[in-house]
Design a protein around this ligand. Structure first.
Ligand code: S3P
Length: 172
């Protein structure tokens, strides 16, 4: 547990793996502040991720993620930080994520993600004709990046948020 007193805990994983929800509960249990890069970006930009993707394109959003991680990695504040599902794809981001602290990868299977996000309209990358196919394709292409970043991997399928949080805590 001593690591949590010195470092951020960074939650990574595919869309719908539960980073934000797990982050909030974990933060409460460890009495740490919680932040989410998607929410920080939306607040700074004064618009939603969907708007940013639609008006500026994905590359612009990815640059915002990198800039934010550069700032966070230089700060001494300790918190639970959840990052967007695509953040670890960039090599530079993977380095920054590792610099930020202890990295926990919430691993999920495509079918679970699909069930969780099928009615969601806020994830621009999944607004397509075949969201399950897209989830499978994106997940396969990102798996190595997630694994490369991770200090701890937690499988989340069929587990409640409380179960996931408890598993994280015993493994810190
Ligand atoms: C994205 C995941 C989203 C958000 C954006 C892009 C991705 O975050 O950053 O829509 O590329 O996987 P969540 O993982 O919190 O849904």
């Amino acid at each position: 547990m001593s690591q949590t007193q010195m470092k951020n805990i960074v939650l990574i994983g595919f869309m719908g793996c539960g980073k934000s929800t797990v982050g909030k509960v974990l933060a409460k249990r460890l009495q740490l502040p919680v932040e989410d890069t998607d929410k920080l970006i939306e607040a700074r930009e004064g618009r939603t991720i969907s708007d940013i993707f639609a008006k500026e394109g994905e590359g612009y959003f990815r640059d915002l993620e990198t800039g934010l991680l550069q700032e966070i990695s230089a700060e001494s504040k300790v918190r639970i930080l959840s990052v967007g599902g695509g953040t670890p794809v960039r090599l530079e981001n993977r380095k920054l994520i590792k610099q930020c602290g202890l990295v926990i990868y919430l691993r999920v299977c495509p079918e679970t993600v699909y069930e969780r996000v099928k009615h969601d309209t806020k994830r621009p990358l999944l607004q397509c004709d075949d969201p399950l196919g897209k989830i499978r394709e994106l997940m396969a292409s990102r798996e190595d990046a997630y694994n490369e970043c991770a200090d701890i991997i937690v499988d989340v399928d069929e587990k409640s948020v409380e179960m996931v949080v408890s598993e994280i805590i015993v493994r810190l």
